[in-house]
Ligand binder design. Structure first.
Ligand code: SF4
Length: 59
């Protein structure tokens, strides 16, 4: 929980790369356009994969 709303930890978010084809939180949120990519933290698919591997070292 952030100061005003829930915030996604970008160090732990892979945009669901490694698990799903698209960001699951965006799909299940009932309110459109509330979960957005941080323009200050745009990552390539390769970078997201590297993060996935770091977060899931066992496989
Ligand atoms: S559901 Fe996927 S896109 Fe949403 S915060 Fe978690 S890892 Fe990131």
């Amino acid at each position: 929980m952030g100061l005003e709303y829930y915030e996604i930890d970008t160090d732990r978010c892979t945009e669901c790369v490694g698990h799903y084809d698209s960001p699951t939180c965006q799909q299940v949120c009932p309110i459109d356009n509330t979960i957005i990519i941080d323009p200050q933290r745009v990552e390539t698919n390769d970078q997201l994969w590297e993060k996935f591997v770091v977060l899931h070292p066992a496989g």
